[in-house]
Design a protein around this ligand. Structure first.
Ligand code: ACO
Length: 402
């Protein structure tokens, strides 16, 4: 084996890999991904089995603690979380200060970071296991409340407080779609779809937001601020923001007369910056296994809720054309997880700007698990190198002579 550190010291060589296309940043035992074969597993369990048989909270426990919980463990976990779903009333004042039209992702990132002010014990990098578990529980509990509040604010409606009698996902849906004046029954179909979506988003190894969470945490920065940084990374349309961008694109195509071929050609044109949103992935060079599951869930939920969404027809046509077009075939550009998720979120009643926030709610356990693993493995601070290509040895020129 080559001792890279020694080689670097002797020769000054460093590797240059823009976008980290071929650079492994860590060893991890959380998520396995085979992009060529289209395989995704959390802690050794296939995503297909987990989406079919598990719940989001169980998957969160699995990712964070390494094993599926026993009945007692999941009951304790649920109980602990439900005791920490309330958000500090002072934080509500801060939340009220956001303009009602501000993007939900900006609000989410700020609110999650502010948890470090309300729970300053989280700043201690040497928290005991019990203290750190509580920091995690608080984040899981409060995130669902914060997300539902952001949604309510976008409508101008009063927020709904959490109720301990519900499980995690049902509670979230109640705070989101419930009313203060009466108890609203949430359809089992909706609870099931939400569980599936959150499970499918729960982790995806070293993507842009997860790497951000790990690198921020590697400076011994607290969990809340690290995850807030991950939320910001997720916001961009090339990453989690793609789910919002997909629906906006599909609507644009529909309003433009539904000529799918025209838009596919636009995406192929190298002089045009337009890309088919929801297509392509850095690692998957095959069908994204999450997209397969979501596509089926999407058909099921639209049928069960009796929704006929013309945007779904455009999506299907687009997928058909793209999958048979040599441009997409040669570049192995398949629909990714974001291609269909937005259609389900829409069917459930969420506005487009909330889609990426829902992705963040699902990704939260993965970010926590990755941060915890990084700390437990005592990984060094993340600090990439660079190849300097700027000016050398310039003499300072006084301002009047420039
Ligand atoms: N539409 C048209 N062409 C595309 C697309 C697309 N969606 N995606 C990639 N290509 C083309 C590129 O132009 C490039 O072509 P070239 O070889 O002729 O220059 C080739 O395919 C490879 O693309 P890269 O940008 O080099 O691939 P990279 O791995 O850097 O990017 C990414 C991956 C960002 C996901 C890209 O495919 C993309 O922009 N997709 C659309 C946005 C999207 O859906 N993002 C969500 C990703 S999943 C997630 O983060 C949850």
């Amino acid at each position: 084996a080559i001792d890279i550190a020694k080689l670097r010291d002797q020769t000054g060589f460093i590797t240059l890999d823009s976008g980290f296309k071929n650079t492994g940043a860590t060893k991890s035992s959380i998520t396995f991904l085979d992009g060529e074969k289209g395989i995704l597993k959390y802690r050794g369990y296939s995503i297909e089995q987990l989406a079919e048989k598990s719940t989001f909270l169980e998957v969160a426990y699995l990712l964070i603690y390494g094993n599926l919980p026993t009945q007692k463990q999941i009951e304790d976990f649920q109980h602990q979380i439900s005791r920490h779903t309330l958000v500090h009333e002072d934080m509500k004042k801060f939340f009220d200060g956001f303009p009602s039209k501000s993007h939900p992702m900006g609000q989410l990132s700020s609110l999650v970071c502010s948890l470090s002010s309300f729970y300053p014990e989280s700043l201690d990098p040497n928290q005991t296991k019990e203290e750190f578990d509580l920091t995690i529980i608080k984040l899981l509990g409060k995130m669902a409340t914060i997300v539902s509040w952001i949604y309510k604010k976008s409508l101008g409606h009063p927020v709904i407080y959490p109720k301990n009698k519900y499980d995690y996902v049902t509670n979230f849906l109640h705070m989101t779609f419930g009313q203060r004046t009466e108890e609203v029954e949430i359809d089992e179909v909706v609870i099931d779809a939400m569980n599936k979506l959150l499970i499918l988003h729960a982790d995806h190894e070293q993507n842009c937001s997860t790497s951000t969470v790990r690198i921020v945490g590697s400076s011994d920065c607290n969990l809340y601020a690290s995850i807030s940084a991950g939320i910001s990374a997720l916001w961009g349309p090339l990453h989690g923001g793609a789910n919002q961008a997909v629906i906006e694109m599909l609507e644009k195509i529909k309003n433009d007369g539904g000529d799918v071929d025209k838009w596919v050609n636009k995406a192929k044109d190298k002089n045009d910056s337009f890309r088919l949103m929801g297509f392509g992935h850095r690692v998957y060079k095959n069908f994204d296994p999450r997209a397969k599951i979501i596509k089926k869930a999407c058909d099921d939920i639209l049928e069960k809720l009796g929704i006929n969404d013309p945007v779904l027809d455009i999506a299907k046509k687009l997928e058909e054309v793209a999958l048979s077009d040599p441009y997409f075939v040669e570049r192995k550009l398949y629909p990714n997880v974001d291609f269909y998720s937005g259609i389900i979120y829409r069917a459930l009643g969420f506005p487009t700007e909330m889609f990426t926030v829902l992705f963040a709610l699902g990704r939260l356990p993965g970010w926590i698990a990755q941060w915890k693993e990084m700390r437990e493995n005592k990984e060094p601070i993340g600090r990439p190198r660079q190849v300097y290509v700027g000016e050398n040895d310039r003499d300072f020129v006084p301002i009047e002579k420039r």
